[in-house]
Ligand binder design. Structure first.
Ligand SMILES: Nc1nc2c(ncn2[C@@H]2O[C@H](COP(=O)(O)OP(=O)(O)OP(=O)(O)O)[C@@H](O)[C@H]2O)c(=O)[nH]1
Ligand SMILES: [Mg+2]
Length: 441
């Protein structure tokens, strides 16, 4: 940590009505008085002012707000300058700040200060990172809850319980069994079991958390020429993928994102499955299989004249764990709907698309528990939760009456949770977390 006075553009770059430039440092009161042009400046008041450079030239008409430490985002003094959003204005303000001995902040530097000032823990920062990335309403809600300390509270409670159990177990060895309360060992083991179950539950929910954060993967697969690309375009509402009557038109994976009921969906169109000698097409089919593996939902498209094999469960190849929806396309070319458990659609006319969407919605609801997620998990927190769970498991599994070993395992579990919060942490982890944030955060 340093005491430099730093600044950054907190709003987005590009033509905009207003830009927000934030300055963080110690004792910014004097500077605030200078730019506002008053003898005293009250914190958290909006002052309309003509911001002037060193030579007295007006840079822009601005609103300036001064936040006095520790009541600010970073815990330091903060000045927020709201100027017009033109790049030329922003650059001029930056130049002015530089000549006043300030420097531009590194990505995430504001949040890092907030972390060191105890305003946020690492789990809150994870939430902030996710919030700034949020594209859909569900992503926003989950990230906001995490940023506002919802997840930290759960972690902190677990950690405290673990530390208590660990200390208790360590002390056991110092006492005669007769001096200890009856059933004490049962109580300790019970408590560890409860924590183990809670963490396992959260880990089982990773799929939900991941689906909300990174999107639900839906892959459209099937034989060539059944109308996968046409269906893809129809679902998106744009002619994104190339459609033709030549089998093997799509060779690469074509992906697009869409919002379904507030959930982010990654929809992909894939190369049709068939035996082919064409080298490039085979690479495409390999990619299709990869998409199938990563899919949460597979739309298995066939057409009314597809062979019995294709009508069945052709894409339930090994490795498919996804929910599969059988879709019969080109329903406009036939009269009878005789394949069971299939949804008949026509990508050409739009028939049946609403019904397909409703089935997709139901499956998304199932996958996401209808938004009832527990804590928000990312790659970093996932690994640490696994460590904690495994240590608790080892504590129970290895237990042979030796409380020292039990205490150690539980202590390690507590450390892993501590790392999630950043209560224990290496600089690399901090660097990695904060660098995901953009400038000005
Ligand atoms: N009548 C009718 N024709 C359709 C329908 N959907 C697609 N087609 C036609 O079927 C042919 C193949 O469509 P595509 O969407 O390119 O099929 P695909 O499954 O993506 O094919 P590949 O990329 O080669 O695997 C085109 O000539 C489309 O116009 C439909 O609902 N009704
Ligand atoms: Mg195609």
């Amino acid at each position: 940590m340093n005491n430099d006075t730093i600044f950054a553009l907190s709003s987005g770059r590009g033509k905009a009505g207003v830009a927000v430039i934030r300055i963080s440092g110690n004792d910014l009161n004097i500077f605030a008085k200078k730019i506002i042009g008053r003898a005293t400046v009250a914190p958290r008041h909006a002052y309309f002012t003509n911001l002037r450079d060193g030579a007295g030239e007006i840079i822009d008409q601005c609103v300036v707000i001064y936040f006095a430490a520790p009541h600010s985002f970073t815990g330091t003094d903060i000045i927020e300058i709201q100027c017009h959003g033109a790049p030329a204005v922003i650059n001029k303000v930056f130049e002015f700040l530089r000549t006043n001995g300030m420097r531009i902040a590194t990505p995430g530097e504001f949040s890092r200060r907030a972390f060191y000032a105890g305003k946020m823990d690492l789990s809150d920062v994870d939430g902030l990172v996710a919030l700034l990335d949020a594209q859909t309403d569900k992503q926003r809600a989950a990230a906001l809850r995490s940023m506002m300390g919802g997840d930290s509270e759960i972690y902190a409670t677990w950690r405290e319980q673990m530390l208590r159990i660990s200390a208790y177990a360590a002390a056991m060895t110092d006492y005669d069994a007769d001096d200890l309360p009856a059933n004490i060992s049962d109580t300790i083991l019970e408590n560890i079991k409860t924590l183990y179950t809670a963490i396992s539950g959260v880990l089982n929910n990773y799929k939900v958390s991941r689906a909300i954060q990174y999107g639900i993967n839906i892959a459209i697969v099937g034989e060539t020429n059944v109308g996968k690309s046409s269906l893809f375009n129809r679902l998106l509402g744009t002619a994104r993928a190339i459609v033709s009557d030549i089998p093997g038109t799509t060779r690469d994976v074509v992906s697009a994102q869409m919002d379904i009921d507030g959930y982010l969906v990654n929809l992909s169109d894939t190369a049709g499955l068939r035996d082919t000698a064409d080298f490039v097409e085979r690479i495409g089919i390999e990619r299709t299989n990869n998409e199938i593996k990563n899919a949460d939902i597979v739309l298995h498209v066939i057409n009314p004249t597809s062979s019995p094999l294709a009508r069945g469960v052709r894409c339930k190849t090994p490795g498919v764990v996804a929910n599969e929806i059988l879709v019969v396309n080109k329903s406009d070319t036939i009269d009878s709907h005789d394949i069971k458990n299939a949804i008949y659609v026509s990508a050409k006319t739009g028939d049946g698309i609403a019904e397909l969407m409703s089935v997709i919605r139901d499956q998304i609801g199932e996958i996401t528990n209808n938004g009832e997620s527990t804590v928000m998990i990312n790659a970093r927190t996932y690994d640490l939760l696994v460590t904690a769970r495994d240590e608790l498991f080892a504590a129970l599994d290895d237990f042979n009456g030796d409380y020292d070993i039990l205490s150690e395992h539980v202590r390690y579990a507590a450390d892993a949770i501590g790392r999630i919060l950043g209560a224990i942490g290496t600089n690399e982890i901090l660097d990695m977390t904060f660098s995901q944030l953009c400038l000005g955060k």
